[in-house]
Design a protein around this ligand. Structure first.
Ligand code: F6P
Length: 731
């Protein structure tokens, strides 16, 4: 646009310049006419030339020539160009004036010479009785005109650009201002909907619907879930309320060491690994058993402590248990009863009446603690795991409008197995106090529904995936748990090479050693004995790995007051020694057993250093160690060998999936993992990493919360319909 305007302006200005130059030429000729006429004679050529030079003194006049009426040159200034002649110009001028003999009036043109453009004027001169004595050729420099045109063009383009910019800024400013005041007005209307004028009500309704739709789409959107996205989802559904998590295990334990110093430990717990980042994102309160030896020294008068240390963003509310209470509720009913009941791992469940009494009492205590922390009638409470099967119904009794999300972190067995529990009915009823009951897999949901069908009077709604009982509805859905992404322990972790160097040094491994890793609580469900036997079988069947392959088992002691766990401890110890004696020597140990608590950075160092990770659970709800190994391998190397009896095996299908009882097949898989080409490792690892990144724990929590929001709005609507006398349901 600016360019077109510049062209038009240039052309017009060009015409003006030419006319101006023609007039100047005529003026110059007129003012010198008398003296020129006096010397207009070949006889007086020298005088005529002097006069012409005088005329050419004008800074714009380049050259002048005196020509006879017929076009002969009488005199000229020294700079007169050879390319121009009186004859040629005379002829052109005359022909344009349709005159053959004389030039009738002043004529001008522009000549393009190698040095630039020149304005040429031919001005006829008359002298009284002599008539026309000839014509004067006056050449004027046009370069200044061209320079002016160029300048005009630049000014125009720049001017237009500046104008355009100003116009845009102005438009944006006006648009912003208008939108701001419009959205402020809209926000105001949305907030004070009831007071809005009736004519605005339809538009308000449309806007509300649109907001609902956009928010729902955002929450269902396929993009990656982040802490921020979870926070926003929560903000919308909780309207600024605090989130309350109830879990037996606390995320930070204050432990007094033998030297008297208090250290903050991160317990080895999949539940904590998953939920702690959720709590960081959402803030609120985590109600838990205060189990650390220095826990009481670190709480305020409400038994609360702010965590995480150094970046406090939420509270732990500690609940205290006596030794007897812990023994009956935690070790007894939870871990000698429900734990083996739910895991098919060949440990006989033990149900004692006194444990059950403690379980009920402690569930009441935790329910009270939770209810003391809420600050509304309809809070959202996330209850975790088999330690609190009775809590959902207890909370429902105290806060009928609460939204209780119960997540069962371990498998749910088939209904026959459930029948072993003498208090199966109470357990099922307790769980059905939840609004949402989550398991890791659909299979566990189905088992639960069958158990309800078998042991309770309830309506199973298979289409909606729920159970209705005594007017209350519970959604029963799978929500496969996962990790935060990216995992915080990796943010300042050393490179995989550096981790390998350190681990090699710590474990005194040979440079060409091959390393496998296992990370678990020392629990019989994890198949640690089967794992060690598989390593032994590998060394039996594939001698090339003897002296080269070592398996490091990081084993956090767990529930050591229970006999079965003590037995396991001993069994693992003996098995390791036997294998080491059989295949090891002075310099080499096939099994390296590290039976102590390791903090997450150390665990991740092993994950990053190892060539393979073997997760051999005999039965496991999810198993987050498998996902942690995948998350740790940003070098896209390493092979995961994974038990088919974990929830994780349904998602991490690029792992080498094995039956941990089948030692032949597992040893083949281990050999295969140790000789897997780098490119294949990369393909498998990349695919698993993308899955874990996408289905991370923010998504896990977010999806449950979005479902909870739907339940809440459905319940509110149902409440409104029954409360409102004007509305009748079903005609
Ligand atoms: O795997 C089941 C589970 O309860 C997890 O939820 C938890 O991470 C783990 O066991 C730890 O158990 P505990 O709290 O008894 O040490």
């Amino acid at each position: 646009m600016a360019w077109v305007v510049a062209e038009v302006v240039e052309e017009t200005a060009g015409q003006w310049f030419e006319r101006d130059l023609s007039l100047r030429a005529q003026l110059v000729a007129a003012s010198s006419r008398a003296s020129l006429a006096a010397n207009w004679d070949t006889e007086r050529k020298a005088e005529l030339e002097r006069q012409l030079i005088e005329i050419a003194r004008d800074e714009r006049v380049m050259a002048v020539a005196a020509c006879s009426p017929q076009g002969a040159l009488l005199a000229d200034t020294p700079q007169f160009p050879e390319a121009l002649s009186c004859r040629e110009i005379g002829l052109r001028a005359k022909s344009e004036q349709s005159s053959s003999a004389t030039l009738m009036r002043a004529w001008s043109t522009v000549s393009r010479l190698p040095g630039g453009s020149i304005h040429v004027s031919a001005i006829p001169l008359w002298d009284g009785g002599r008539g026309q004595i000839g014509f004067l050729l006056l050449l004027q420099d046009m370069s200044y005109a061209e320079r002016r045109e160029e300048l005009t063009r630049v000014f125009l383009v720049v001017g237009f650009a500046v104008l355009g910019l100003l116009a845009s800024v102005f438009t944006i400013f006006v648009a912003r201002f208008t939108r701001r005041s419009w959205s402020a007005e809209l926000r105001n209307m949305l907030r004070h909907g009831a007071q809005t004028r009736p004519e605005f009500q339809p538009i308000l309704r449309d806007v509300r619907e649109l907001i609902e739709k956009v928010m729902a789409e955002r929450e269902d959107a396929p993009g990656v879930w982040t802490a921020e996205r979870l926070k926003q989802t929560l903000g919308r559904h909780l309207q600024g309320e605090r989130i309350i998590i109830l879990a037996n295990r606390e995320p930070y334990v204050h432990e007094r060491m033998t030297d008297g110093e208090v250290r903050v430990l991160h317990p080895a717990s999949g539940l904590v690994t998953a939920l702690e980042p959720v709590m960081r994102a959402c803030s609120g309160v985590w109600v838990a058993h205060g189990s650390g030896s220095a826990d009481r020294d670190r709480v305020d008068r409400y038994d609360r402590v702010r965590v995480p240390p150094g970046e406090e963003s939420y509270h732990i509310r500690r609940v205290w248990l006596t030794r007897e209470e812990e023994s009956g509720y935690y070790y007894g009913f939870s871990n000698e009863g429900l734990w083996p009941l739910c895991h098919l791992a060949h440990a006989r469940p033990v149900f004692r009446e006194e444990d059950w009494a403690y379980y009920r009492k402690i569930n009441e205590r935790f329910a009270d603690a939770v209810c003391a922390e809420v600050d509304s009638d309809d809070p959202i409470i996330l209850v975790q795991d088999y330690h609190f099967a009775l809590v959902p119904a207890l909370i429902r009794g105290r806060l009928p409008a609460a939204t209780v999300i119960m997540f069962w972190h371990i498998p749910w067995p088939n209904s026959e197995q459930v029948g072993i529990c003498p208090w199966r009915q109470e357990i099922l009823e307790g769980l059905l106090g939840s609004s949402i009951l989550g398991f890791h897999t659909q299979f566990h949901c189905n088992n639960f529904m069958e158990s309800v069908d078998r042991y309770l009077e309830a309506r199973i709604d298979r289409e909606q995936q729920g159970v209705a009982r005594r007017g209350h509805h519970t959604l029963v859905r799978p929500y496969p748990i996962s990790l935060e992404w990216p995992v915080r322990w990796l943010s300042d972790a050393p490179s995989a090479d550096e981790c390998r160097r350190r681990v090699w040094e710590d474990l005194n491994l040979k440079p060409d050693a091959l390393l496998g890793v296992g990370v678990d609580r020392l629990d019989y469900t994890k198949g640690i004995e089967e794992r060690l036997l598989a390593v032994e079988r590998l060394l039996e069947r594939f001698p090339e790995f003897r002296g080269r392959f070592s398996f490091v088992q990081v084993a956090a002691p767990s529930r050591t007051k229970i006999e079965r766990y003590r037995q396991l401890n001993e069994a693992v110890e003996q098995l390791s020694s036997r294998i080491n004696e059989r295949f090891g020597g002075e310099e080499y140990q096939p099994i390296i057993l590290l039976r102590t608590h390791h903090e997450p950075p150390d665990v991740f160092k092993f994950y990053r250093a190892a060539h393979l990770c073997y997760v051999s659970s005999l039965h496991d709800g999810m198993n987050l160690v498998a996902k942690e190994f995948v998350a740790a391998r940003d070098d896209q190397q390493g092979v995961l060998v994974l038990s088919q009896f974990t929830g994780a095996a349904r998602e991490l299908t690029e792992a080498l999936i094995v039956n941990p009882y089948d030692l032949e097949k597992v040893s083949t898989a281990l050999a295969c993992a140790l000789s897997m080409p780098v490119a294949e490792q990369r393909v498998r690892m990349r695919s698993m990493r993308s899955l874990v990144a996408h289905f991370n724990v923010y998504r896990w929590a977010g999806e449950m919360l979005v479902d909870a929001a739907r339940v809440r709005s459905r319940e509110r609507l149902a409440g409104q319909l029954t409360e409102s006398p004007e509305v009748s349901v079903g005609g």
